[in-house]
Design a protein around this ligand. Structure first.
Ligand code: SF4
Length: 258
């Protein structure tokens, strides 16, 4: 007659099998969740962190717009060309007289290099900028019927226009989202907030396009530019006043809570 011993053994085997199956199901899931959490917390580009950064920028700069004064795509393109290595405030001081003297691409296309140079001298690199603005006007007139084009490929054929200027014009004026504007502020702050490890504007733009939802591309740049002027200043960032301080691990920090 079988005793309680074999029966007990059978029950133990069944239990062990169940436990094994249960472990097989739960342990990898738990381990994966834990690993995901760990990665998510350690990865500065995790979607949750990026979303928090975008939300806080939106809360602090809900109405951020392009600071360069302009009335049309042509004026915005010229102002953006002039803004290289120069402040927007300085550009805004120069452009009213420039646009009054040469109000259209047609009139700028016929301008003399010397006159334009003199009018934009205070923006720096004025010889090259004057050459580019006149060349851009001639190209817009000759190739695009006097109207600033809307596609990236066409915009990039215009003298003085690289991706930054093309993104400013297409995004801010035409509301066509071709990319993210990467100027000196966007570059510096994206690096400080570890949204990119890249060092060139082109690569930083590609990294940001991967991280930031397309509808937010224009607002992101405008907000970061304001943030860079007011808080995350290049030489001495105002970290004690910064609404992103708890998320920031930059070596450039001047004050830290963690
Ligand atoms: S904590 Fe400092 S360095 Fe970091 S984002 Fe804010 S101002 Fe910039």
């Amino acid at each position: 007659m079988p005793t309680g011993r074999p029966q007990k053994k059978t029950v133990t085997k069944k239990k062990a099998l169940r436990a094994k199956k249960s472990l097989a199901k739960t342990v990898p899931v738990r381990a994966a969740t834990k690993a995901a959490k760990k990665n998510s917390a350690g990865d500065p580009t995790n979607p949750r962190r990026v979303e928090t950064i975008l939300q806080r920028l939106a809360e602090h700069y809900p109405n951020a717009v392009c600071a360069l004064h302009h009335r049309n795509a042509w004026e915005l393109m010229v102002a953006t060309i002039l803004s290289a290595q120069c402040t927007d405030v300085r550009v805004n001081m120069v452009t009213p007289a420039l646009f009054q003297r040469f109000p259209t691409p047609q009139s700028m296309a016929k301008a003399s290099q010397a006159e334009v140079e003199e009018m934009i001298r205070t923006t720096g690199f004025f010889r090259n900028k004057a050459k580019n603005i006149i060349g851009a006007a001639q190209m817009v007139v000759a190739e695009f019927g006097g109207k600033v084009p809307q596609t990236m490929d066409e915009l990039l054929t215009i003298p003085g226009v690289a991706r930054k200027t093309a993104n400013v014009v297409s995004g801010s004026w035409y509301k066509i989202l071709l990319g993210v504007v990467v100027d000196t502020h966007v570059m510096r702050i994206s690096q400080r907030l570890e949204l990119t490890k890249s060092t060139t504007p082109e690569k930083i733009e590609q990294d940001l396009m991967q991280l930031i939802p397309q509808p937010a591309w224009i607002d992101f740049s405008h907000r970061v530019i304001h943030f860079g002027r007011e808080i995350c200043i290049a030489r001495k960032p105002r970290c004690a006043d910064c609404f992103l301080e708890d998320l920031c691990n930059s070596k450039d920090k001047t004050w830290s809570t963690h």
